[in-house]
Design a protein around this ligand. Structure first.
Ligand code: URA
Length: 234
């Protein structure tokens, strides 16, 4: 594989950005200084780029701060998909979102092409907690805390699984759920008489929204997050 492609794939940079950087600062390929982007490297070769030892992964893992107005499907339709926010080199990789957020929801979204990882994160039996920050149109009743702990009827066959509501102000709260039913947070709040006016996902299991990312921005998983992918949650 070409060196620029290899580095782009490990860092999330575009090949253009990698080429520009290599001109200024060569990489070390098996200990040798290299600035030619077309240099062929094997995925097992030790590559150091800007002081970092790169790790090649068969799969791609992206952490995004989703912007409102984007949908999580792969099909292009009336609304832009979250994939249109990705640069072309990454886009080419058969990616899909780990679960879905509604078009108007913002916050943490994981995108990958690793089906096994995605399954571990969203399968109901795995009980991965997801925390949302929500704003509603009226005062949240205190009784919702107990109701959500016991499960509420949102019109499905089963009550919702125990969830934790932390009321932050009259009209804002954090809600942690372990399921991923369609419009679940909005429907749970409707069940206690409130309409959600803004919704932002803060975390999924050990993954948290990166406050350095503005809405619509993304980065590849960091080392700690990659450790989780490789070692935990199996
Ligand atoms: N619950 C919702 O209602 N919407 C989302 O986007 C996510 C969870």
């Amino acid at each position: 594989m070409r060196l620029d492609k290899y580095i782009a794939s490990c860092t999330g940079l575009t090949r253009k950005e990698v080429k520009k950087s290599l001109k200024k600062t060569p990489a070390y390929v098996a200990g040798e200084k290299v600035s030619a982007p077309e240099t062929q490297v094997d995925i097992k070769t030790k590559v150091v780029f800007l002081g970092e030892h790169l790790h090649y992964s068969e799969f791609t893992y992206i952490l995004m701060n989703k912007a409102a107005g984007y949908v999580c499907t792969n099909r292009s339709g009336r609304n832009p998909t979250v994939f249109t926010l990705l640069h072309d080199d990454i886009k080419a990789k058969d990616l899909f979102t780990v679960g879905r957020l509604d078009k108007d929801t913002t916050g943490l979204l994981l995108i990958t092409n690793d089906g096994d990882f995605s399954h571990r994160m969203i399968h109901a039996k795995k009980h991965v907690d997801k925390t949302y920050f929500l704003t509603v149109d009226r005062k949240i009743p205190e009784s919702a805390i107990e109701q959500f702990k016991n499960g509420v009827d949102i019109g499905d066959e089963d009550l919702t699984k125990p969830a934790t509501l932390e009321i932050l102000s009259d009209t804002t709260a954090n809600l942690t759920i372990s399921e991923g039913r369609f419009h679940q947070v909005k429907r749970m709040m409707e069940a206690v008489g409130c309409t959600v006016t803004a919704l932002k996902r803060l975390s999924i299991g050990p993954f948290t929204l990166d406050e350095n990312l503005s809405e619509g921005e993304y980065r590849l998983f960091n080392d700690e997050e990659m450790d989780f992918v490789k070692n935990a949650g199996r």
